[in-house]
Design a protein around this ligand. Structure first.
Ligand SMILES: CC(C)(COP(=O)(O)OP(=O)(O)OC[C@H]1O[C@@H](n2cnc3c(N)ncnc32)[C@H](O)[C@@H]1OP(=O)(O)O)[C@@H](O)C(=O)NCCC(=O)NCCS
Length: 163
């Protein structure tokens, strides 16, 4: 489903995404701690924006790993999610998401979680389709790409195939 104008190469900065959401009582347990699953939903969504921006096609989540909840997020906090593409292969893309919680009264911000999400770009028939290569412009881009490649190889070693 990629458009005819999809370039062969794109910068990680072209697909970067940031999402900000307020946490409400329905997102949390009775003590006010936001559910991990609620945060995962937002991580998946922002990573999906990055994957679709990069591939300019439909893209689906195939794996989520290295999910760490480092600090709690509370009702009333603002959750800020920052997502960037680290690595691409043929149809697969590794997206890194960092989650930060902000107490909007005190202004204190805390990194609350991180995750790596793998998306696969699909064509109109639902088959994996090639995505643009990553144009690595900065030292950080090159470092993230190399680290992403190692993680992807590890992921594929542990991949579960359906019977
Ligand atoms: C995406 C999907 C069509 C891929 O089908 P498949 O038979 O695994 O296809 P392939 O074996 O050809 O793999 C396609 C790509 O996905 C990658 N991939 C598949 N499973 C993966 C996993 N668990 N982790 C990382 N990459 C994975 C492969 O490495 C390959 O990447 P490449 O093209 O860059 O080399 C299929 O897995 C699917 O439909 N999954 C459900 C996705 C979904 O609906 N997610 C939402 C939640 S249910």
């Amino acid at each position: 489903m990629s458009s005819q104008n999809t370039p062969l190469e794109k910068n990680p900065a072209d697909s970067h995404a940031e999402v900000i959401v307020r946490m409400f009582p329905s997102d949390a347990n009775p003590a006010g701690n936001v559910f991990g699953g609620e945060i995962l939903k937002h991580i998946d969504m922002v990573a999906g924006i990055v994957a679709q921006r990069h591939s300019q096609s439909n893209a689906v989540t195939v794996s989520m790993d290295s999910v760490n909840f480092i600090k709690p997020v509370f009702v009333g906090n603002v959750l800020k999610l920052n997502a960037r593409i680290n690595y691409v292969h043929n149809s697969s893309m590794e997206i890194e998401v960092k989650a930060e919680a902000e107490d909007i009264v005190t202004g204190i911000r805390t990194v609350t979680g991180t995750a790596f999400v793998t998306f696969v770009a699909l064509d109109k028939s639902g088959r994996p389709s090639h995505v643009p290569r990553l144009a690595l412009k900065t030292d950080e881009d090159r470092k993230k790409f190399e680290e992403g490649k190692i993680r992807m190889e590890e992921r594929l070693k542990n991949r579960k195939k359906s019977d």
